[in-house]
Write a protein that binds this ligand. Structure first.
Ligand code: ATP
Ligand code: MG
Length: 460
């Protein structure tokens, strides 16, 4: 055997090899296959190990009685060992896809090459024989991995017309695996977008989230833009393509969003906020005669209004959507020797839980300006952080919970009836305390509250 045809089995967990061994002793064959083989060849660490076998699903359940029947009709069971999940799937052959999402029928085969042929990309269609480390690589996936190329298995137009998710996976792999998409594979995306349109919003969201794990997610979003995928899922972002900004930026609106997202550390949802942070710019751009340059008044507010339905459409959870929208809404701030009071107001407005996100986003926003950015541009952000630290260390009240009196005090001391008035009075008291923390004192607040209630009942 050619040494280049083998795979170092030392990478494979003993439990995965044990599963294959158990299948072999029952007279079946088994291979390690898919993303885990690809990622091992790329030198990455693997979390999900997948096994393909010629054992039929009911045989699998007999051999692994405690396996979870994850997708029996597709031939998949999950074997759990030492807390790790291993997906064991019966070899499947090619089939028809009339809905662009799921195969019409699953038919099992006993040929690993037939199983590999129904997989999406050559780099995902490599199997390893765990008895000797021999590689089964009928579509030259290793060659493509070495030349950093993403290529569909078989005829790309056919493969993309079968299953609409594949075009989005293609975009994602370009970013996460840092591959370039092969021209014929690329060219097959635009003509098959009708199949892509059938993909559910949840799956699109999942792909976006996975894409955000890449060092440079922009690689995927550029592919999505060029091929028309993005026009299907998020046309709002295309409004910024080629849209010139002003002297403060080196990039157009779209390129800046790409650069900001790439520069933004943190989790996937934060990076999605970075992607969307300037989505309001195209609809707010105006030319100022005074500055002889473009302005983008209210683009943060308009952007939040645009981001909200996007996040809803992509089925982000309520919390995730709220986070994205508030980050877009509050991304714009220019600290310039603010007073303590101004800092307290800023914290209250953006919400204490969002401050760290906003620091990360703001830094990415600045870095995403392109060559015009210099490290010195971070000075206001650094100064704001120090000022926020100081204000927080002083223990200033920033929410109604921090007031020395609460709703019960108002009910007991002032005879206020439970209801909306209480919340309104507490909010108004918080305003007083943010302006002057010394006012956060029981008698002072009760006196203020009494006045407010008198005024309110006078109005009624
Ligand atoms: P990751 O786990 O990082 O998302 P992966 O390539 O392992 O990447 P999985 O969804 O775990 O993706 O799928 C495992 C394997 O199944 C893939 O490597 C590929 O061979 C095959 N596969 C997955 N989805 C598809 C699809 N939509 N069309 C064809 N083959 C697919
Ligand atoms: Mg996987």
């Amino acid at each position: 055997m050619n040494p280049h045809d083998s795979f170092d089995l030392a990478h494979v967990p003993a439990d995965a090899l044990g599963i294959c061994e158990r299948l072999r002793s029952a007279g079946k064959r088994a291979w390690i296959v898919g993303g885990c083989v690809r990622d091992t060849l790329l030198g990455k660490t693997i979390s999900d190990w997948d096994v393909a076998t010629d054992a039929l699903p009911k045989e699998l359940m007999k051999l692994f009685p405690r396996a979870i029947p994850t997708g029996l009709q597709h031939g998949t069971v999950t074997v759990v060992m030492h807390g790790q999940h291993y997906e064991v799937t019966t070899l499947r052959g090619e089939t028809t896809y009339s809905d662009g999402r799921r195969p019409d029928a699953v038919h099992f085969v006993d040929d690993i090459v037939a199983d590999l042929a129904r997989r999406d990309f050559t780099v995902n269609a490599i199997a390893v024989d765990p008895s000797n480390g021999a590689l089964v690589d009928p579509f030259d996936g290793r060659r493509d991995l070495a030349s950093k190329i993403l290529r569909a298995v078989g005829k790309p137009i056919e493969r993309f017309s079968e299953d609409g998710l594949r075009v989005l996976r293609a975009a994602r792999f370009c970013a996460t695996l840092e591959l370039d998409i092969e021209p014929a594979t690329f060219a097959a995306i635009a003509p098959t977008l009708d199949t892509f349109r059938k993909v559910s919003a949840e799956r699109v969201r999942d792909e976006w989230v996975k894409t955000m794990k890449a060092k440079l997610p922009s690689r995927a979003f550029e592919v999505m833009r060029e091929t028309g995928i993005l026009g299907v899922t998020c046309p709002e972002l295309l409004e910024g393509v080629g849209m010139e900004q002003n002297k403060w930026h080196s990039f157009d609106v779209w390129k800046h969003a790409m650069a900001c997202m790439d520069a933004c550390g943190g989790d996937a949802v934060l990076r999605i906020a970075a992607l969307l942070h300037d989505v309001g710019k195209p609809r707010s751009r105006a030319f100022s005669d005074k500055t002889q340059d473009y302005t983008f008044y209210d683009h943060d507010k308009i952007g939040a209004e645009i981001a909200e339905p996007i996040a809803t459409r992509l089925r982000f959870s309520n919390d995730e959507r709220a986070r994205i929208v508030s980050l877009v809404r509050n991304h714009l701030f220019h600290y310039d020797a603010w007073s303590d009071q101004a800092v307290r107001r800023w914290i209250k407005r953006v919400g204490i839980d969002r401050i760290l996100d906003l620091y990360t986003l703001n830094e990415a926003d600045l870095r995403g300006k392109g060559p015009i950015f210099g490290e010195a541009d971070l000075a206001p952000l650094i100064a704001l952080r120090a000022h926020v630290e100081k204000v927080l260390a002083e223990g200033a009240a920033l929410s109604t919970r921090d007031l020395v009196i609460d709703g019960n005090t108002l009910i007991k001391e002032l005879g206020v009836k439970p209801g909306r008035v209480i919340g309104a009075v507490l909010e108004a008291l918080l305003e007083v305390v943010i302006a002057d923390p010394a006012q956060n004192e029981r008698e002072a607040l009760l006196a203020r509250a009494r006045e407010m209630i008198r005024e309110l009942s006078g109005q009624a």
